[in-house]
Write a protein that binds this ligand. Structure first.
Ligand SMILES: [Zn+2]
Length: 493
């Protein structure tokens, strides 16, 4: 348990957390026009009269975006509404040319689902209130100190992102710790990645997680005053921000002050949140049905067809990997944290038979090497076939487990194959029994006192002799074989 969670518990409080997650849907064009969905292009180059909100233009719903949102809803066990409508969310901030965002209000496309989060020694079922469709806003760049609109000399706006289709997933306040929040968000990301409907890149903002949190005395049913935290761009950041915020709530209450309902900004460098604005209530947005868009009536046939075509999802894949490759639940969960991890593992297993060994390498050396250079597994310099080949060389005794680490490091650095590296560096393990026997004879002759000690019952001399054999072979002797043959020879007389 973390410090803050321990403090809360000691003071008799519990945390109440809900998340709002936006994912940008991978569609060719925007939600209501045919401008392309892009990232990192020159500002205002992917806009048109519709997404610029020019008078007289009419939005047209992107069918693929509706399908993608329904896929997410079905994958988190939601009901798909037969009748769903778009509303205008009105607000005053210059990141949308229309001064409103098209979103959904009381008739969202998906309602009432849940996601099971597995922790080390318990499970948490997190309710999904709704999954709805909306359009993304443009991006503002504030010039001047502070990086906020209030202190800026002037602000620049890029409407390339304005109108990009988004699915917003809203959870019930069922989450009780920052760690549960982190694991929930990771699992949701894995689900969306398996569906292939978003790339969920938190750093580029195609997945954004906002956290609502409050604290209350344990056993009380009504909710305390909540704050919303924004601007977390990693899962770790999400947990740290919630951690900070819950601690702040407890500090305030213990000092006899009140928590103010507001939206707060997470500063990952300073490791704290600052007040952004007082939290709006729904009525502040003056929602009303968008008169330019007719409600959608989604037929049972349409919904059933999407349900039938859902791909394998992380929970099913986890069960299949355990069953098919004999790996434990922990490993299977690691392999299903993203679609790419599962695909990598299955590609290794296509030419290597030992699931647990492959998973150990992926969770150990490979994960550490990728992490050290901030690469995703999709971009690993060691491809699955290459790793499978290297593991085969260990299995057939060509190289030892210890050499394998050096070979892997070299593969990762140079992209060369294991065979090439073993050949070039003369790393081949000595597994020829007669060569090992000759080596042992030499070592025994040169270490007669240790040999006598062993034979007189000082069994610890054995380890010393093994070490001498390994050193004499410059680490290339097959250690299993050295152990076996050395023991036979020592026990023989
Ligand atoms: Zn457009």
């Amino acid at each position: 348990m973390t410090d803050v969670m321990e403090r809360l518990k000691a003071a008799g409080y519990e945390a109440v957390i809900g998340l709002e997650i936006h994912v940008e849907l991978s569609t060719a064009s925007k939600m209501f026009c045919d401008s392309a969905v892009t990232f990192g292009e020159p500002p205002n180059t992917h806009v048109c009269p519709v997404c610029l909100g020019l008078p007289g233009t009419l939005p047209v719903v992107n069918e693929t975006a509706v399908e993608h949102t329904a896929r997410i809803g079905l994958a988190v066990d939601c009901d798909i509404a037969g009748f769903t409508q778009f509303h205008r969310k009105n607000y005053f901030y210059p990141d949308m040319p229309k001064n409103y965002q098209i979103s959904q209000f009381d008739l969202p496309i998906c309602i009432d689902g849940d996601v099971l989060v597995e922790l080390e020694d318990y499970e948490r079922r997190v309710g999904i209130t709704r999954v709805h469709m909306e359009e993304d806003t443009g991006k503002l760049i504030h010039i001047g100190k502070g990086g906020r609109i209030a202190q800026a000399d002037y602000s620049l706006v890029d409407f390339n992102r304005a109108g990009t289709p988004l699915a917003e997933i809203v959870t019930e306040p069922d989450i009780r710790t920052p760690e549960e929040a982190r694991l929930f968000a990771q699992k949701l990301r894995s689900i969306v990645l398996h569906l292939g409907v978003s790339d969920c890149n938190m750093e580029e903002g195609s997945m954004r997680v906002d956290g609502n949190c409050s604290i209350r005395k344990a056993g009380v049913t009504e909710l305390g005053t909540k704050t919303e935290v924004k601007n977390m761009n990693s899962f770790r950041g999400l947990a740290r921000a919630l951690e900070y915020e819950l601690g702040r709530h407890l500090d305030l209450i213990e000092e006899g002050e009140r928590v103010v309902q507001e939206t707060r900004h997470w500063d990952a460098n300073k490791n704290l949140t600052t007040s952004l604005r007082s939290k709006e209530e729904a009525h502040d947005y003056r929602y009303f049905a968008d008169p330019d868009l007719v409600p959608l009536e989604l037929g049972t046939d349409w919904i059933d067809a999407i349900r039938r075509d859902l791909p394998e999802l992380p929970d099913e894949r986890e069960a299949r990997l355990m069953q098919k490759f004999g790996i434990p639940a922990y490993d299977a969960r690691f392999m299903t944290q993203s679609k790419a991890h599962g695909d990598y593992f299955e590609a290794v297993m296509a030419s290597f038979g030992d699931g647990k060994t492959a998973s150990n390498w992926m969770m150990g050396e490979l994960a550490a090497a990728l992490n050290a250079v901030s690469l995703d597994i999709e971009n690993s310099p060691v491809e699955p076939q290459g790793l499978a080949r290297m593991l085969t060389l260990v299995k057939d005794g060509t190289i030892s487990g210890k050499m394998a680490k050096a070979v892997f490091e070299e593969m990762f650095k140079t992209g060369q194959s294991a065979d090439k590296i073993v050949e070039a560096k003369g790393l081949k393990q000595i597994s020829d029994p007669s060569a090992i026997a000759a080596l042992i004879d030499e070592v025994m002759a040169a270490n007669a006192p240790a040999v006598s000690e062993y034979r007189e019952g000082k069994k610890q001399a054995f380890g010393f002799l093994v070490g001498q054999c390994m050193a004499a072979s410059r680490g290339q002797a097959n250690p299993g074989l050295v152990n076996k043959v050395l023991r036979e020879k020592l026990d023989a007389s």
